[in-house]
Design a protein around this ligand. Structure first.
Ligand code: Z5A
Length: 236
């Protein structure tokens, strides 16, 4: 069974932010599951590989929920639709950021934390790293704003493991281009996605014990062989 979840306190100023009611310090550590997040830019193969990871974890008879952001609850899914819909009105940075964290607050308090507190594993398709990458890297939102909201919404809780599927932006956009209608984010240009990728890579190098960087430009079989090793090392 998994070790107790690690909590990253490096960016948390406890004196300035009220500690979240959802703090996982109340978790019965002997039962604790792990909070795993899958991330990456456009066309990296998240959807393809999420199911693969889910199957590995379920094969170990671990109690798991699979969820996604933005979304994961009825209200958060409604906010997702608002966020992704292409629109003529320009969505200002703060509105996008706050909507993203509004969806996260609902999802986090009503689904993620109860699951972790009951000892379940949580596999989440994107989480706050996506905000650092898309709103921070892509839109240029100041990191301190994101940190403030992260601390407000999540208290001291951070994912135990973040798996980043990484691929050259050009390859990713080519793969994603095979899909139909583009959402509001998918309509962004190449330099936006270059900045998103940079932000992911920067975060991955700062905390190598929590981040697992996978070269997703490889053929799917090789990507999944690396994912299998990664998940095995997480399960222990
Ligand atoms: N967003 C944000 O801005 N801030 C936040 O805080 C959060 C999110 C949480 C929705 O996310 C948007 O929300 C997202 C960021 C923003 N916008 N964008 N872009 P999403 O996760 O729901 O949407 P997505 O990024 O489009 O994810 P996706 O659907 O999982 O796409 P994907 O990674 O491209 O996955 P795929 O469909 O599995 O793969 C694409 C194609 O590549 C497909 O044809 C596969 O068969 C193929 N593929 C996959 N792997 C390979 C390999 N290894 N070789 C060759 N071909 C492959």
């Amino acid at each position: 069974m998994a070790t107790p979840p690690k909590v990253n306190q490096s960016t948390f100023d406890q004196s300035t932010i009220n500690q979240s009611k959802s703090d996982r310090s109340q978790i019965n550590s002997s039962k604790a599951g792990q909070f795993i997040v899958l991330e990456g830019t456009e066309g990296v193969g998240k959807t393809t590989n999420l199911k693969f990871i889910e199957d590995i974890i379920r094969d170990q008879n671990l109690d798991l929920i699979v969820t996604r952001e933005p979304g994961g609850t009825p209200l958060a899914e409604e906010l997702r639709e608002m966020l992704l819909a292409p629109r003529n009105e320009k969505v200002v940075e703060n509105a996008e950021l706050l909507l993203m964290f509004a969806a996260r607050a609902q999802h986090f308090d009503s689904k993620i934390i109860p699951a972790l507190n009951s000892g379940k594993w949580v596999l989440c398709d994107r989480f706050t790293d996506a905000t650092y990458a898309y709103q921070g890297g892509g839109r240029g939102v100041d990191k301190s704003k994101i940190e403030l909201l992260e601390n407000l919404v999540q208290g001291r809780v951070r994912p135990d493991h973040i798996i980043i599927l990484d691929v050259d932006v050009e390859i990713g956009l080519k793969r994603a281009g095979q899909r139909g209608d583009l959402d509001r984010f998918e309509q962004e240009n190449r330099s936006f996605f270059e900045n998103v990728r940079e932000a992911y890579l920067e975060r991955a190098t700062k905390e190598p014990h929590r981040y697992h960087l996978i070269n997703a430009a490889q053929p799917l079989k090789q990507v999944q062989a690396e994912l299998l090793e990664t998940i095995k090392s997480i399960i222990g």
